[in-house]
Design a protein around this ligand. Structure first.
Ligand SMILES: [Zn+2]
Ligand SMILES: [Zn+2]
Length: 88
């Protein structure tokens, strides 16, 4: 879980190029028993704030950031995990 949080907010990194420490979000929370594998890092405002996934709901959130769906965030998370791993 700490590896996920170490990438910082994936939205901030992808769209603003900045690293904002964040919280672990479970993608499709509750609907998947294996959801512990499906975790991403989001800062507080992109998680529960008024421009957050929970604040707006996944549909509006994806529309705002032009994401095909919530699962696209997992791809971003994996991308930044790989980048961080390679830079060490
Ligand atoms: Zn953020
Ligand atoms: Zn969450």
């Amino acid at each position: 879980m700490s590896a996920v949080a170490s990438t910082c907010c994936v939205i901030c990194r992808e769209f603003d190029g900045v690293r904002t420490p964040g919280q672990v979000h479970h993608v499709a929370d509750g609907s998947n028993p294996r959801s512990s594998f499906m975790t991403i890092c989001l800062c507080e405002s992109h998680h529960v704030g008024h421009v957050g996934l929970h604040g707006m709901g996944p549909k509006k959130f994806c529309k705002l950031f032009r994401l095909p769906n919530e699962f696209y965030l997992l791809g971003l998370q994996n991308k930044y995990l790989a980048i961080d791993r390679g830079s060490r």
